[in-house]
Design a protein around this ligand. Structure first.
Ligand code: PLP
Length: 424
């Protein structure tokens, strides 16, 4: 076969986009060379339906070791007794967990999508809103924060079977102990979806959900800096509360029910090349240098939030405790859509985002979401944040002036020069 230059030229183009620009999408990051190498390895050729030691295919001796290492490292990183590393994505992890613990028509209570929640937490356009009844909590208009009294009142009124805490655009830490108190009061199971702050939680710079939540799901590619994928964890395995028995008459543990819901419940063969990438990333995340990285992610976000506020930007909740922030652009008379498009032309990547109580559609939005995981991987530190915010501000002040956007793009390229991505 001839080399497929059409595709490889496009990959090169994307590499240049990532290298030359400023990446501020809060859910993105750059993986290390070793994570990339594992993902592009011969493990992609292997079928391995089942779990280590219990596969439906021969020749799994090597991938068994890889998957066991991924599980063991994840357990150590998060202090979990049980981990399933097979979900292909964060959404797949949530789908499998719901299949394990809910019946169609049961009720789930999640963080409102329009306030920063995720599609899989009950949105009507997602399987979670189609298969299950839903109810939601959000943030308070005045504070931009979750009011736990309101969460409790909603739970008492709605009596959900599952409460989900975790978000895609919430810049404050969560009180998992309080969520558990509420879940226990209404007899609900509790899931923390830590897809966004997983790296910060793993390194102890945010509250730990593991001792308080029945289940923890996460993606592996955001602050964790691993390959695209998902994972399901439990701090402690427990007997399923429905008394479901195995064919031998033994009570099924939750771990067995979740494993069964991932495979064969919702997936076929696991992606062992990605699981190898997860194992490498977890190994990296266990290191002290990853702690330095995570501390810098948080410091950069705090410095960036301060720089935005000092330029008159309206941050939801006024700042950030984690790696991201949500900015309401209405006082700048710019929509999220216009800002995103103009910033892309200036080679700064963000995403438009609904803000709580938004009066615009999800295709237009009143805000943008920004985060620091990717630029911190590129080596930017607090003292660079004022400059990044100044570049964004120049775009927002004049989003339709092409000469202005080109001038900012030149300054962006200059700033990122000499900061190569990893060697790949
Ligand atoms: N849960 C949360 C809170 C997320 O932010 C995301 C992704 O943005 C997901 C789940 C889903 O992850 P994926 O895109 O891998 O399906």
């Amino acid at each position: 076969m001839e080399r497929d230059n059409t595709i490889f030229d496009l990959i090169q183009e994307e590499r240049e986009r990532q290298t030359d620009g400023i990446e501020l999408i809060a859910s993105e990051n750059f993986v290390s060379d070793q994570v990339m190498e594992a993902m592009g390895s011969v493990l992609t050729n292997k079928y391995a339906e089942g779990y280590p030691g219990k596969r439906y295919y021969g020749g799994c001796e090597v991938v068994d070791q890889v998957e066991n290492l991924a599980r063991d490292r994840a357990k150590e990183l998060f202090g979990a007794e049980y981990v399933n590393v097979q979900p292909h994505s964060g959404s797949q992890a949530n789908a499998a967990l719901y299949l394990a613990i809910l019946k169609p028509g049961d009720k789930i209570m999640g963080f409102d999508l329009s306030h920063g929640g995720h599609l899989t937490h009950g949105s009507p356009v997602n399987f979670s809103g189609k298969l299950y009844q839903t109810c939601f909590y959000g943030v308070e208009k005045e504070t931009g924060r979750i009011n736990y009294d309101v969460v409790r009142e909603t739970a008492l009124a709605e009596k959900p079977q599952l409460i989900i805490c975790g978000a895609s655009a919430y810049s404050r830490d969560l009180d998992y102990a309080k969520f558990r108190e509420i879940a226990d009061e209404v007899g609900a199971l509790l899931l923390a979806d830590v897809s966004h702050p997983a790296g910060l939680i793993a390194k102890g710079v945010l509250n730990d959900p593991m001792p308080h939540c029945h289940f923890v799901t996460t993606t592996t590619h955001k602050t964790l800096r691993g390959p695209r994928g998902g994972m399901i964890m439990m701090g402690r395995d427990f007997e399923n509360p429905w008394g479901i028995k195995t064919p031998k008459g033994e009570t099924k543990m939750m771990s067995a029910m979740i494993d069964g819901a991932v495979f064969p419940g919702t997936q076929g063969g696991p992606l062992e090349h990605v699981i190898a990438g997860k194992a490498v990333a977890f190994g990296e995340a266990l290191s002290d240098s990853f702690l330095d990285y995570i501390i810098q992610v948080k410091k950069n976000a705090a410095a960036m939030a301060e720089a935005f506020v000092s330029r008159g930007y309206d941050l939801i909740s006024g700042g950030t405790d984690n790696h991201c922030m949500l900015i309401d652009l209405r006082n700048k008379n710019v929509t999220g859509k216009l800002a995103e498009n103009a910033l892309v032309k200036a080679e700064i990547t963000v995403n438009k985002n609904m803000v709580p109580f938004d009066d615009k559609s999800p295709f237009v939005t009143s805000g943008i979401r920004v985060g620091t995981p990717a630029i911190t991987t590129r080596g930017l530190v607090e003292s660079d944040m004022e400059k990044v915010v100044e570049l964004i501000d120049r775009v927002i002040q004049n989003p339709e002036d092409e000469a202005n956007l080109e001038a900012v793009a030149n300054d962006v390229n200059e700033m990122m020069q000499g900061r190569p991505l990893f060697a790949y």
